[in-house]
Design a protein around this ligand. Structure first.
Ligand SMILES: [Zn+2]
Length: 66
């Protein structure tokens, strides 16, 4: 299994599942979006993925929210 390893960072953030601040693993993933057919190029949007180490709750959040 040689998946491209993304940089993992550990941060303490608020987890809604736990209702408190817990350690999270934070990584950046590039997801290809192809919503617009007029766009010939694949738009790769960076997502910030955080996973709670306590309850395992995983959520991704788009970094470009402009
Ligand atoms: Zn949690």
């Amino acid at each position: 299994m040689s998946k491209s390893q993304s940089t993992l960072t550990e941060l303490t953030e608020h987890c809604e599942g736990c209702g408190s601040r817990t350690p999270h693993e934070v990584s950046i993933e590039l997801k290809t979006e192809s919503k617009k057919r007029t766009n010939r190029e694949f738009s790769r949007e960076p997502y910030r993925v955080t996973q709670c180490r306590v309850c395992g709750d995983k959520r991704s959040q788009r970094m470009n929210d402009a």
